[in-house]
Design a protein around this ligand. Sequence first.
Ligand code: FMN
Length: 200
Amino acid sequence: MSSHDAAVSDEALLAALFTDAHTARSFRDEPAPIEQVRRAYDNARWAPTALNSQPMRLDLLASPEARQRLAPLMAGMNQEPVLSAPLALIVSADLALDKSMRELGTSEQMLARLAGSLEMRKSLARDSALIQLGYLVLALRAEGLDVGVMTGADLAGVDAEFHADRPWQAIAVVCVGHGDADAFNPRAGRHEFDAVSQVL
Ligand SMILES: Cc1cc2nc3c(=O)[nH]c(=O)nc-3n(C[C@H](O)[C@H](O)[C@H](O)COP(=O)(O)O)c2cc1C
């Protein structure tokens, strides 16, 4: 049986990943172990990416001091989540992704094209890092962690503060932990399939 034949029908699993999972914005005083993020990454890294480029990079802000450096760069309502979470991730796209792609066996011809075009590297890195971010959210939830994705931030300022020594471009901040009683807004609506699709 090939892997795509294996439909997932476990209701509890599907609820944890999809129907019951939603954005957490405040957190209990309970750790989010790095080991769980490592396991989540080990699952999420199987996401499809353009040319198998895998451009997503992570800063794990595990110390209160590191999260205090981030908080002033967040939009007002996003500061409290960053300060209350036991862990915040800066998720970035590596604009020098051609360097790491060499290790993954990308052809020299493609590497040369990428090396010659910052525009190509930027669009490839951003598109695929966003897909990897989506997978990472699911994988963190599969670990039993609550997450809140946030782009309301001075992302250029985040790069200046955390990435002065490397060409990583921040695309989002993800708060990770265990939601407290006030963590969740009422479930926001979702579009029906028929409203968002056409069968041709
Ligand atoms: C790319 C992205 C950016 C987001 N930015 C913010 C943000 O800056 N602040 C915030 O409170 N929530 C943010 N969110 C969370 C969304 O508002 C939330 O996922 C959406 O309203 C659905 O709510 P639910 O996850 O509780 O169902 C963001 C989510 C995504 C995917």
